[in-house]
Design a protein around this ligand. Structure first.
Ligand code: TYM
Length: 337
């Protein structure tokens, strides 16, 4: 018998249960989580504490937490091979976040573009939790000394902040406790844009359903959304660099490429000279073929909430066991009695 090979490191990642899970979450995150779970020791968390930084109806939140867990599993995350749990069940996230609130600097948080984009002109009305959100995210990752974090491109700045917090903590307390975590961002699928506006990312919080492909959309809804997706009158070019000034066209080609696991150049070569009427038909077929097994599996899992709750409970116990020694080490370094 050969000994199991050593994991390449430890992964932590998560998604907010704040609305429907969509194609951006799948291509930017969930799919890659499933692909990485055998090479790394992996924790995949439903970040319900992050979700309440904006108002969530308590009844809806419970369903959304289960929906997120179902989406992870339907995308291939196996709760036996990974640790799948929800954040609020492991108290160490909140405890470490408080310590990081005292390490992180106001100037650093003031530079966070996601906060600025989210609050717009309503900064004074935003919750304090939304402002310090990135400190909690750093706590999520560093509570397990995670070495790698697979995410979409929109999380890059938050991961840079995580490294700044780790470095400052290590310097301030004179101990090398935290690693400098690396982001893992894929070439294709890391930034899926709105179907209606190629300058905005596909997002759970967009009020228009027509901007995103939800993982629980049925085939007719998918076809309708793709048919109505914004494009331009030009045919597809032979190479992807010619899509630079055509954000909506580039996005649809990017979705096709990511779902088929090929490059945008390969998609352009295949469809060169074709109009978007033809391309959208091919894209619909690919989206329906790839997503319908996930949609069906999500529905099946969501019909069994007791199973999902058991998975989350087991996961929380395993996560707590990993978090405890790290938290003890941090508390000692800080000088808590
Ligand atoms: P969230 O819930 O916004 O998104 C979950 C994951 O999906 C990715 N993603 C996208 N990827 C490509 N195109 C898109 N349009 C798109 N929209 C979302 C995100 O990059 C993310 O990987 N702050 C995080 C959650 C979080 C977290 C963490 C992540 C909390 N703690 C620790 C990693 C590590 C967030 O709001 O993701």
């Amino acid at each position: 018998m050969t000994a199991p090979s050593k994991p390449a490191g430890r992964i932590f990642s998560g998604a907010q249960p704040s609305g429907n899970m969509h194609l951006g979450n799948y291509l930017g995150a969930f799919r890659n989580w499933a692909r990485l779970q055998d090479d790394y020791e992996a924790l995949y968390c439903v970040v319900d504490m992050h979700a309440i930084t904006v108002w969530q109806d308590p009844q809806d939140l419970q369903a959304q937490i289960r929906e997120a867990a179902a989406a992870y599993m339907a995308s291939g995350v196996d709760p036996e091979r990974s640790i799948l749990y929800n954040q609020s069940k492991v108290a160490g996230h909140a405890e470490l976040a408080w310590i990081f609130n005292c390490v992180s600097r106001l100037g650093w948080l003031n530079r966070m573009t996601q906060f600025k984009d989210k609050v717009g002109k309503n900064r004074e009305k935003a919750s304090v939790g939304l402002y310090i959100y990135p400190n909690l995210m750093a706590a999520d990752i560093l509570l397990y000394k995670a070495t790698h974090v697979p995410v979409g491109a929109d999380q890059k700045q938050h991961l840079e902040l995580t490294r700044d917090i780790a470095q400052k903590f290590n310097n301030d307390y004179g101990e090398d406790i935290f690693p400098l975590t690396e982001p893992v961002i894929q070439a294709e699928g890391a930034r899926i844009m709105s179907l209606r506006d190629g300058s905005k990312k596909m997002s759970k919080s967009d009020p228009s359903e027509m901007t995103r492909i939800n993982l629980n959309d049925d085939a007719d809804t998918l076809a309708n959304k793709i048919r109505k997706a914004r494009t331009d009158a030009e045919p597809l070019p032979g190479t992807a660099d010619k899509l630079d000034e055509r954000p909506e066209a580039a996005n649809l080609v990017g979705i096709y490429a990511a779902l088929m696991d090929v490059s945008r150049d390969a998609v352009c070569a295949e469809f060169e000279g074709k109009g978007f009427g033809d391309f959208k038909k091919a894209l619909t077929e690919v989206v329906v073929t790839k997503l319908s097994p996930i949609t069906e599996e999500m529905a099946r899992l969501q019909n069994d909430p007791a199973y999902i709750d058991q998975v989350l409970k087991d996961g929380a116990e395993r996560a707590s066991a990993l978090a405890e020694p790290v938290l003890a080490e941090v508390k000692r370094a800080v000088g808590y009695l």
